[in-house]
Design a protein around this ligand. Sequence first.
Ligand SMILES: O=C(O)[C@H](O)[C@@H](O)[C@H](O)[C@H](O)COP(=O)(O)O
Length: 249
Amino acid sequence: MKATKGVMKATEAERPTPAINRNDFANGAELAKALAGTVAGALAEAIAARGKATLAVSGGSTPKRFFEALSQQPVDWDRVTITLIDERLVPADHERSNHRLASEYLLTHLAAKARFVPLYSDAADADQAARTAAARIDGLGLPLDVAILGMGTDGHTASFFPNGSTLDLATDPACPHSVIAIEAPGAGEPRLTLTLPRIVEAGLLLLHIEGAEKQAVLEKALEPGPADDMPVRAVLRGARKPLEIYWAP
Ligand SMILES: O=C(O)[C@H](O)[C@@H](O)[C@H](O)[C@H](O)COP(=O)(O)O
């Protein structure tokens, strides 16, 4: 089914907001194939322009089919660095590790040649781990070429959770840090998350959500209201380029 594109404006009274492009598909399989092609194309453009490309992906359950499709795309993967939008503060062999998820579903097939830069490190505490991760991200050569976000049904994205311990700093457009630690009800372990500036400055910013429930959450997030209540609003309102939303039932 051909993707349908429409432009929706995130609404906030005070200032113009970036365009939001909807890319809707009949099912997750068609979405995964199309999104993999879009990301592969963006990586190839970055490689052609600068000889390398950087990609930051989210964890959770939604991306698995997309990861499998992307891993088989004909990209010069040995010129690509893959990292994470956020990570649970657990080692790479832990079942809740996003590093583990990426290793199992994305860093396979052709994409096995890509370099992976994890956020987690066995540091003294979460703040020290965040500082180590920030140094790694800053060393990649910013801005990221591609950033892919997911969204929870509570309106979080990345690890920008409602009532997050450092949510104000994480979603500050002028945050001086690339990665910070955050804890929140519903987040499980302490998290490491890229901050809003690092995400919205990406060359291609994508939000991948699936299902009717998340569609309804997105519609609500596009309405006026505090970003703290639905932190995905910080991205919807702060994106510096059109945000590409990929959705399937
Ligand atoms: O570490 C994480 O959990 C993700 O980065 C997170 O932001 C995710 O994108 C949403 O929680 C959606 O997760 P699902 O795809 O499992 O619904």
